[in-house]
Design a protein around this ligand. Structure first.
Ligand code: ADP
Ligand code: 5GP
Length: 235
């Protein structure tokens, strides 16, 4: 009897605009055997988004039907829209022997932690609030109310970073991609349970430096920048 290898489930969460989609795209190109779970959502497609690529865009009725039929591993409401991870992505990954990457919010991450206790969670932070605002604008977000709302949501979300295993401050993109790769590879290496080469040990050590407990000092000034009252779009 062949035992199916359990997929490693990686969860990535971040305030909108932190650069999470950019990092996810890069990691999927760089690492083989890692599938992306394409979530279902009731929100309308943005810009160049295509149905079945970034998301499966569905009606509220269809979403409710899927909830009723217990087709979701987790689901949550975010900013007035529904989002959910279909169970079939996990069974499919198990069948194929791949790992699975979920880009989900903090509520979804909490549900996955319950159901898949050894899921590897990563919280991405922007370097500070100003940079987040600038990235939201760069991404094409130009409605001032939307920006204000996203920054407010971000301020709440980042307070949840302590629930995650790793913290990745997305300052320089290249460095962030390397750090993300180190986390993914290190978690695979740990599970192999064999003696590691010097190069592999270096990867594990690199990832270790991104563990929550080792990042707290770096995170404090970022949190402080979000706790300031003023909406930052001042001249
Ligand atoms: P998210 O998926 O978190 O909402 P995106 O990946 O869409 O964010 O990134 C928001 C904007 O910030 C995009 O214009 C992207 O090119 C840019 N960006 C992402 N990471 C970095 C980085 N490390 N440095 C500078 N700009 C970045
Ligand atoms: P956006 O609308 O900006 O693409 O995503 C908004 C938020 O929903 C992000 O925090 C994103 O991670 C989260 N999200 C995307 N898909 C899912 C999902 O399937 N489940 C949950 N819980 N959150 C999701």
């Amino acid at each position: 009897m062949t035992l199916l290898r359990q997929p490693i489930v990686y969860i990535i969460s971040a305030p909108s605009g932190s650069g999470k989609s950019t990092l996810v795209n890069e990691i999927l190109k760089a690492i083989s055997g890692l599938d992306f779970s394409i979530s279902y959502t009731t929100r309308p497609a943005r810009g160049s988004e295509r149905n079945g690529k970034q998301y499966h865009f569905v009606t509220r009725d269809e979403f409710d039907r899927m909830v009723e039929a217990e087709e979701f591993l987790e689901h949550a409401e975010f900013d007035g829209n529904c989002y959910g991870t279909a169970r079939r992505f996990l069974t499919e990954a198990q069948r194929k022997g791949t790992d699975l990457l979920l880009d989900i919010d903090v509520q979804g991450a909490a549900q996955i932690h319950q159901k898949v206790p050894d899921a590897v969670s990563i919280f991405v932070l922007p370097p500070d609030k100003k940079t987040l605002e600038w990235r939201l604008r760069k991404r094409g977000e130009n409605n001032e109310d939307d920006i204000r709302r996203r920054l407010e949501t971000a301020s709440r979300e980042i307070e949840e970073y302590e629930r995650y295993k790793y913290v990745l401050v997305n300052d320089q993109l290249e460095k962030s991609i390397e750090r993300f790769e180190a986390i993914v590879l290190s978690e695979r290496l740990r599970r192999e349970g064999r003696t590691l080469s010097e190069q592999e040990r270096a990867i594990v050590e690199r990832a270790e430096r991104l563990r929550l407990a080792n990042l707290k000092d770096k995170v404090q000034p970022i949190l402080a920048s979000f706790r300031t009252l003023a909406p930052s779009a001042q001249p």
